[in-house]
Design a protein around this ligand. Structure first.
Ligand code: CA
Length: 233
């Protein structure tokens, strides 16, 4: 399914109808606030994202999708078409960029390419230093050795690896592990404590660090980005 997020009724209607006529299933949203729920329900193959929305910013939506681990192709639509704007879009995790006004045939052609790419794309394991996490399979390897970890610990590690050494806010970790479920405030600490104890035994070069009051970040004996030391030789 193609998720179209566009507040302009004229553009939204014509794009939704046109993509439908081209054979795509299309869901059209006019507000940023609805995006997360629709994406979380699954079944979204490609996102077409207007940058300027009444209740949000397409760049921020794109960043949030990537932070939540959604890898589907994102095509940004915008009236702003300077090089800096395009680079901002790619930096936010967009795969393609189409300035308005656009030729509808070009939009369809680009969506076809992205949809094909989405179909071919297999989720690769997340890799950071000597650590490899396959969140779908729930499998973690450290320098090639499989680690037996609790599923919630794997979910936390996957988020930390995605952030590649940057701090991941507690709220995002809680959301990734428990979703909308109500949890007690220290549930994350319990999972992280167990994870640290386990890692201390089997992967001493792998550290889950705490940024007090903010979140967590990961450091390995091969990669440490937060303190700028980069790759050790
Ligand atoms: Ca708009």
């Amino acid at each position: 399914m193609i998720l179209l997020v566009e507040d302009d009724v004229t553009i939204g209607r014509s794009v939704a109808q046109g993509l439908g006529a081209a054979g795509f299933a299309v869901r059209w949203l006019r507000q940023a606030a609805e995006v997360a729920g629709v994406v979380a329900a699954g079944d979204v193959d490609v996102v077409i994202l207007d940058v300027g929305l009444p209740d949000g910013d397409g760049m921020a939506i794109c960043r949030a999708l990537r932070a939540a681990g959604h890898g589907m192709p994102v095509l940004m639509l915008t009236a702003r078409a300077s090089l800096d704007d395009r680079l901002d879009g790619f930096e936010a995790g967009a795969d393609d960029y189409l300035p308005k006004p656009f030729a509808f045939a070009e939009l369809v052609a680009r969506v076809r390419v992205l949809a094909r790419r989405a179909a071919e794309r297999r989720p690769d394991p997340l890799v950071f230093g000597g650590l490899s996490v396959d969140p779908l399979a729930g499998v973690v390897h450290w320098h090639g050795d499989a680690l037996a970890l609790e599923p919630k610990g794997v979910a936390v590690l996957a988020q930390l690896v995605r952030a590649r050494g940057e701090v991941v806010p507690r709220a995002r970790l809680i959301d990734a592990v428990w979703g909308a479920a109500e949890i007690t405030d220290n549930a994350l600490d319990v999972v992280v404590s167990a994870l640290r104890r386990r890692l201390a035994g089997v992967a001493p070069g792998l550290q889950v660090r705490t940024a007090r009051g903010v979140g967590l970040w990961i450091e390995t004996d091969m990669v440490s980005t937060r303190d700028g030391s980069g790759y050790k030789l």
